[in-house]
Design a protein around this ligand. Structure first.
Ligand SMILES: N[C@@H](CCC(=O)N[C@@H](CS)C(=O)NCC(=O)O)C(=O)O
Length: 208
């Protein structure tokens, strides 16, 4: 087995490194740096995948794309039952939902906010809806965190790894006081030795 993560600085790919560190699986990182002006990925990533985005995982030459699929693949292939609920359990359904929610729902208002912020006043008609959607998605996640500080079980799962990215964005946007459970979730994730090793290996990751 040779695992290679095509990793872009300051990106969603960080949670793939975190997942791998939690699993204790050896892997290599191919580093890519965002353009300092456009913030886009460098063209070399398009040699790996037509969209030229990160993360991408290679396992013995098989390419796996899409963060949620990569985390699920890693848990299924190398997890030996760790970091996900037993198949068929009630928690497994919740896990499946949150694995998809992280990219499929939570990122939509975040990306709309990012892109429309570049339009200035032209985006004004869209802003109330975007802000309402941003708040309702963060508030939903805040309400779904269990007393243990995790989303699915009383321990860490792949869904927590996936949801760390939108939760970090809420905190980066200065909304930690509005969503204290999300802020505590991010702090607990960052206190994990595996997260810290992943952060060290991955390089620049926003202000974290
Ligand atoms: N839904 C995809 C999103 C991938 C994605 O948009 N990655 C960003 C990094 S956060 C990227 O590579 N952006 C650089 C670019 O678009 O040039 C996933 O989770 O894998």
């Amino acid at each position: 087995m040779t695992l290679i993560v095509h990793h872009l600085n300051n990106s969603r790919s960080q949670r793939i490194l975190w997942t791998l560190e939690e699993l204790g699986v050896p892997y290599e990182i191919k580093h890519y740096q965002r353009d300092t002006v456009t913030n886009l990925a460098p063209p070399e990533l398009k040699a790996i995948h037509p969209l030229g985005k990160s993360p991408l995982l290679e396992d013995d030459g098989t390419l796996i794309e899409e963060s949620g699929a990569i985390v699920q693949y890693l848990l299924d292939t190398y997890g030996e039952g760790r970091f996900q609920p037993a198949p068929g359990s009630k928690e497994a359904l919740r896990h499946l939902q949150f694995m998809h929610f992280a990219e499929g729902s939570a990122m939509t208002p975040i990306l709309l906010q990012l892109y429309t912020s570049r339009l200035g006043d032209a985006a004004a008609p869209l802003q109330p809806r975007i802000q309402e959607q941003l708040s309702s998605h963060f508030a939903y996640l805040e309400g779904e965190l269990r007393a243990s500080g995790h989303f699915v079980c009383d321990d860490w799962t792949g869904a927590d790894f996936m949801l760390s990215f939108p939760a970090e964005i809420a905190v980066m946007q200065g909304q930690g006081a509005s969503y204290p459970k999300l802020a505590a979730f991010v702090a607990a994730a960052h206190a994990r030795p595996a997260w810290q090793v992943a952060r060290e290996k991955g390089g620049a990751y926003y202000g974290y």
